[in-house]
Design a protein around this ligand. Structure first.
Ligand code: PEP
Ligand code: MN
Length: 337
């Protein structure tokens, strides 16, 4: 940690700051510049609250130099984490496509969409059976019935399944059917859920919260990793900003930022990020160009009848076109699709 002192700091304040740092077990190195004194506080303390120093009289700024997360960090593990599920590898040279409806609605719907996405080249079927809806009056998902239908459809078309888990009491049930647990944006900081998922043995995709920084996201991943499960992938799905022309603001720069700071794979979700069907293809191309390890895209054959997120679902032919275009982009940057 670096502590920059105010220009007019008094000797008494300086001594008090050093005393505090030493009490917090930092070794202190003082550098006196022409205008300001800078203190180097040496000693790794992952959870040190820098505000304890910021509030002291005479302190101008405090900068943390070590990251507050460990297991998720690139400095802890240099090589990329590759998550292998049957014949699919997430985080390797291939860009993996996860696609399907927002919600599993009925047998005909999920079988039709599973066939569409598998024919176009997706490896993983997405779909919610337990839905985190903003309104309690909206469709909440089919529950176990939805999981059963999804598993049957995925098996018929040789797909893996990713589906959302909203609460710890449903982990065992969902684990019976799913290949990947999805933690939704609204649950990114549900720490008891993250800890419980950390005790499972199936991979987890953790979506970025609506108002979460990349550091918040990595700290949440740390909860899962430190509870034992090392198969974590992250997902950029857009964040809340003042912009209103899209549902969220797609933070594409999070992709290279996460790749630099962490070894965990990062998936991009242009469907929830933009909320509008016609914005999904350009943003999917951009995400692959930015280095995303996979995409999650919503697809529906009758989006006008969809029980959730119809306006952002791609039509089958749009999805097929997306697959062709993103494959071309993947190849340009030396990846496969
Ligand atoms: C979803 O993927 O179905 C979903 C609800 O997404 P998010 O949690 O990102 O809103
Ligand atoms: Mn959705």
């Amino acid at each position: 940690m670096v502590v920059v002192l105010e220009k007019n700091v008094t000797q008494e304040q300086l001594e008090n700051i050093i005393k505090h740092l030493e009490e917090y077990n930092f070794a202190v190195h003082k550098s006196t510049g022409e205008e300001q004194i800078v203190l180097g506080a040496i000693g790794v303390q992952l959870n040190f609250d820098t505000r304890k120093i910021k509030i002291l009289e005479g302190v101008a700024e405090v900068y943390r130099i070590t990251e507050p997360f460990k297991l998720a960090s690139r400095s802890f593990k240099k090589e990329n984490t590759e998550i292998k599920i049957k014949d699919v590898v997430i985080g390797g040279s291939e860009v993996v496509m996860m696609a399907g409806p927002c919600s599993v609605e009925n047998e005909d719907q999920i079988f039709t969409i599973a066939e569409i996405v598998s024919k176009a080249g997706a490896k993983i079927l997405r779909g919610g059976a337990f839905k985190p809806r903003t309104s309690p009056y909206s469709f909440q998902g089919l529950g176990e019935e939805g999981l059963k239908l999804m598993r049957k459809a995925a098996d018929k078309y040789g797909l893996l399944i990713i589906t959302e888990v909203m609460e710890s009491s449903n982990i065992d049930l969902i684990e019976k059917y799913a290949d990947i647990f999805q933690v939704g944006a609204r649950n990114m900081q549900n720490f008891p859920l993250l800890r419980d998922l950390g005790k499972t043995t199936k991979p987890i995709m953790l979506k970025r919260g609506l108002a979460a920084t990349v550091e918040d996201l990595l700290m949440s991943a740390e909860y899962i990793l430190s509870s034992g499960n090392k198969e974590v992938m992250l997902c950029e799905r857009g964040i809340r900003t003042f912009e209103t022309y899209t549902r969220n603001t797609f933070d594409l720069s999070a992709i290279p930022v996460i790749h630099k700071r962490s070894h965990l794979p990062i998936i991009a979700d242009p469907s929830h990020a933009t909320g509008l069907r016609d914005k999904v293809l350009p943003m999917a191309r951009a995400a692959v160009a930015a280095g995303a390890d996979g995409l999650m895209v919503e697809v529906h054959h009758e989006p006008e009848k969809a029980l959730s997120d119809g306006p952002q679902a791609l039509l089958p032919e749009q999805f097929a076109e997306l697959m062709i275009q993103v494959k071309t982009i993947a190849e340009v940057i030396g990846r496969k699709m």
